[in-house]
Design a protein around this ligand. Structure first.
Ligand SMILES: NC(=O)c1ccc[n+]([C@@H]2O[C@H](COP(=O)([O-])OP(=O)(O)OC[C@H]3O[C@@H](n4cnc5c(N)ncnc54)[C@H](OP(=O)(O)O)[C@@H]3O)[C@@H](O)[C@H]2O)c1
Length: 272
């Protein structure tokens, strides 16, 4: 039986993927910050819950040890946990900057490092790192989030060279828009009282948000795409998942960086 470890499985893409792999007969280590609150995944035969906060090294070490003891072999690690800080960069606090990177980048790196000795010993294993279409293009007022996902892209692409030499693979998952709690509870808005210089642009951005070109794919659709990336046997590095993601990135490739950025500015920062 194949095995997968998933971070951030309490909701959204992580939870849907845990269910999908379990249905396909995989053993799933569904990790999350508060497994005691989970009432759905703990009902499934092939799913085991583990406490893992990607910003806490001790919790990563404990979960890794327990999972390897219980499972024996891990085939795939899905680095999925993440959230977004939105709003004007100037309004963000040092703590918000640190925490955004601690979760989306350093947490992903720490989980990767924790499972590497096991993968190296097996001369096999696959890291699926969840980036975003936002790791290939950017939109206004999301500079922190985009910078973490662009970091995940560069980290993963470079890491793939050295791990490939050891029989370990790295793939990058790039969802388009997904209908999860992400834009709600996983989005923090940076606000600084008295900082009004960005209000006009923010107002335009908010009025034009529907013009990003992104659509609402379901978490189940993402789960299927992630399963495909895990099982297709290909050496493909990047998986854009969602017709919206393919369309938006296709446009960037077609017209080039400058025209694409000008187009986003025109659509999203113009007066309606
Ligand atoms: N939704 C989209 O449109 C979209 C598009 C592209 C990429 N993505 C990426 O997809 C991934 C999953 O997002 P989602 O859409 O499924 O949103 P979601 O439903 O809000 O899920 C986010 C998950 O990350 C977990 N998490 C946050 N901080 C964590 C930490 N320190 N340690 C462990 N887990 C942590 C959350 O756990 P708690 O329950 O403990 O908060 C939650 O399970 C993220 O990396 C996101 O950037 C999403």
């Amino acid at each position: 039986m194949k095995t997968i470890v998933i971070t951030g499985s309490s909701s959204g893409i992580g939870k849907a993927t845990a269910k999908y792999f379990a249905e396909k007969g995989w053993k799933v280590a569904a990790t999350m910050r508060r497994p005691e609150n989970e009432i759905e995944l703990n009902q499934l035969d092939n799913v085991s819950l583990y406490a893992l906060d990607v910003t806490d090294e001790a919790s990563i070490a404990n979960a890794t040890q327990q999972i390897l003891r219980d499972f024996g072999t891990v085939d795939v690690v899905l680095n999925n946990a993440g959230y977004a800080v939105a709003g004007p960069f100037e309004a963000t606090t040092a703590e918000q900057i640190q925490r955004q990177f601690a979760t989306n980048v350093f947490g992903l790196m720490s989980v990767t490092r924790a499972f590497l000795p096991h993968f190296r010993a097996n001369k096999a294993g696959l890291f699926l790192n969840v980036s975003s279409i936002g790791g290939r293009v950017t939109f206004p007022f999301l500079s922190l989030y985009h910078s973490t996902k662009w970091a995940v892209e560069g980290f993963s692409e470079s890491l793939a060279y050295e791990l490939g030499e050891l029989g370990i693979r790295v793939k990058i998952i790039e969802p388009g828009g997904v209908d999860t709690d992400f834009a709600g509870r996983s989005m923090v808005f940076a606000v600084e009282e008295g900082l009004t210089a960005y209000n006009e642009a923010l107002g335009k951005f908010q009025a034009n948000q529907g013009k990003s070109g992104l659509a609402a794919n379901t978490a189940d659709f993402l789960a299927e795409g992630i399963y495909n990336a895990a099982t297709d046997g290909k050496t493909q590095l990047r998986y854009l998942i969602g017709p919206d993601a393919e369309q938006v990135y296709g446009m960037r490739q077609q017209i080039g960086d400058d025209a694409f950025v000008a187009g986003v500015k025109e659509r999203m920062l113009s007066t309606c």
